[in-house]
Design a protein around this ligand. Structure first.
Ligand code: NAD
Length: 364
């Protein structure tokens, strides 16, 4: 089905209200999820709702949480997210860190024990709106791993995303680099399972480490099933040893240094979805004159964009980090968001679990 972002937002609001989120939190989470869909990251949009509802009903995800500051030492801030909805607690922690960065010019922020933070680029966007640069390292705990280390056949990591963002002055769009260190976000494999589609080559391996196109090798992990017809495989790291190395450092920086935990098996895996994040936030104008930064950055970008398009490529221009998302957003705002039947059914069933009547779901 194709649905407008406004109607989708109304449906999402009902669900988060039903979980007890106050208006402000409901708006934060709804905007985050619908924006992820608008930007083309369906893996981190409304398709996450059934997993959130499951965690909420299991008492693993809590509404209306304000993160606690556990370390406050000038430019170092560490927060405990207390298993609150990640979109909300991380935004609040970022707000405090951004305010501090306005005083100090630099903040090292750790946040641990947060519910799933969603699209990490949203926190990069939060920084650039205030003229700040930010770098984020994230790990995933409380559930089994999904990504194999380079050369391994069994998963040892979550999809551990990294984000780097930089403002480009008031007139132009920022650069937002935001991706999982796995070949692909697990949500994209969930979408393929739901649509009964095969995966492109090189995304996943089966239990033995052999390449496969069958997304169901991740079914057990994604739906926290006790068993699955297909033995469990793993997602490959992006860029072979390079993505693997970055993922390991997401565990160390995002997991340990944030005051949180890593994915090693002595730590609790209750089947929830916890993110820990270490972020470096700084004011670029404390390092260099803003006109110098702006001129050099724009000249660099112009040079990069001037590379002729490679043969066989369908694109008509070199894209900058964050550009594709903005293009998709303007398209989907106009033409609507496509939601596959299974994802939609799962969302409706989750709403029903929360006591919402099917008839009150506005898109029906
Ligand atoms: P992806 O592979 O689609 O890569 C996205 C990044 O690459 C963006 O910065 C985008 O602008 C850039 N990009 C894409 N195509 C490009 C092109 N042709 N030219 C230049 N740049 C291009 O992203 P992904 O790895 O699938 O991750 C999707 C989302 O999932 C991200 O928002 C990420 O933060 C999120 N995520 C979250 C978690 C979590 O635990 N919270 C885990 C994994 C991923």
């Amino acid at each position: 089905m194709i649905i407008s972002h406004k109607k989708l937002g109304s449906l999402v609001r009902l669900i988060f209200h039903a979980m007890g989120c106050h208006n402000r939190e409901t708006t934060t989470i709804t905007d985050h999820l619908v924006t992820a869909n608008l930007m083309g990251h369906d893996s981190h949009g409304v398709g996450m709702i059934p997993i959130y509802v499951q965690s909420f009903l299991a008492g693993e995800l809590k509404p209306n949480v304000s993160p606690n500051i556990t370390v406050d030492n000038h430019s170092i801030l560490v927060f405990d997210g207390k298993k609150g909805f990640g979109q909300s607690v991380t935004r609040k922690a970022m707000q405090k860190s951004i305010a501090r960065c306005k005083e100090t010019g630099l903040v090292l922020m750790g946040i641990h024990n947060s519910g799933h933070m969603g699209r990490i680029g949203s926190y990069g966007e939060q920084s650039v709106k205030e003229g700040l640069v930010s770098i984020h390292f994230v790990n995933v705990t409380d559930r089994s791993p999904s990504v194999a280390p380079f050369g391994g056949s069994q998963a040892r990591f979550g999809t551990n995303p990294i984000c780097i963002s930089i403002p480009r002055g008031s007139a132009t769009d920022p650069l937002i680099l935001d991706f999982a260190t796995s070949k692909v976000a697990v949500g994209k494999i969930r979408a393929a399972i739901n649509k009964k589609e095969q995966l492109p080559d090189g995304w996943v391996i089966d239990y033995s480490g052999a390449p496969t196109n069958d997304p169901r090798v991740l079914e057990k992990h994604i739906y926290s099933l006790k068993d699955s017809e297909i033995p469990e495989g793993a997602v490959l790291p992006m860029g072979d040893h390079k993505g693997y190395g970055l993922s390991l450092f997401c565990e160390i920086l995002g997991g340990i240094m944030s005051g949180g935990k890593t994915i090693q098996p002595e730590n609790i895996r209750s089947g929830g979805l916890i993110n820990n994040m270490l972020s470096i936030i700084f004011d670029p104008e404390k390092l260099q004159d803003k006109n110098v930064i702006h001129n050099e950055l724009e000249k660099l970008i112009k040079y990069v964009e001037s590379s002729p398009i490679a043969a066989m490529r369908e694109q008509n221009k070199i894209l900058l980090p964050g550009e594709l998302e903005r293009k998709k957003m303007s398209h989907r705002r106009k033409y609507g968001i496509e939601i596959d039947d299974k994802t939609y059914t799962q969302i409706v069933e989750s709403a029903e679990f929360l006591g919402i009547k099917r008839s009150s779901l506005v898109v029906e």
